[in-house]
Design a protein around this ligand. Structure first.
Ligand SMILES: [Zn+2]
Length: 130
């Protein structure tokens, strides 16, 4: 019997699955906008028992990932703003307001993806065990 869960890298990362087995959920609550449980990760992967908290401060590395993610996101916001408005410099305050709103809205998702990308960098995929 084959599993219907995809174990490809990008789908597993986008679904925030464990980097080692790509099947178990890393976060307890799959919705990042439930802010009360934003950072609540499972202690161990429910499938392969990977320790998601290997040491205190482990996820400071996620901040290193978060910065380029946010810069890239805000570049897309700026390009979209330019394509819609046509002039950035005469609408500078509107652009800053747009950055503030867009960054605030996307921050929970970026927080989680920063952690997941960092985990995927550090932990090797060990294949799907049936
Ligand atoms: Zn796992």
């Amino acid at each position: 019997m084959t599993s219907k869960i995809s174990t490809s890298l990008i789908p597993a990362l986008l679904k925030m699955k464990c980097p080692q087995c790509r099947k178990g959920n890393a976060f307890k609550d799959p919705n990042p906008y439930h802010l009360k449980h934003l950072g609540d990760m499972n202690a161990l992967c429910p499938v392969c028992k990977l320790n998601f908290r290997p040491e205190p401060g482990f996820y400071f590395g996620g901040a290193v990932v978060s910065y380029p993610l946010m810069v890239g996101f805000n570049l897309l916001v700026a390009i979209t703003f330019y394509l819609i408005v046509g002039d950035i410099f005469n609408h500078f305050l509107s652009l800053m307001l747009t950055f503030t709103i867009a960054t605030t809205l996307v921050a929970p998702v970026m927080f989680r993806y920063s952690r997941m990308i960092f985990l995927y960098i550090v932990v090797r995929y060990k294949g799907a065990k049936e």
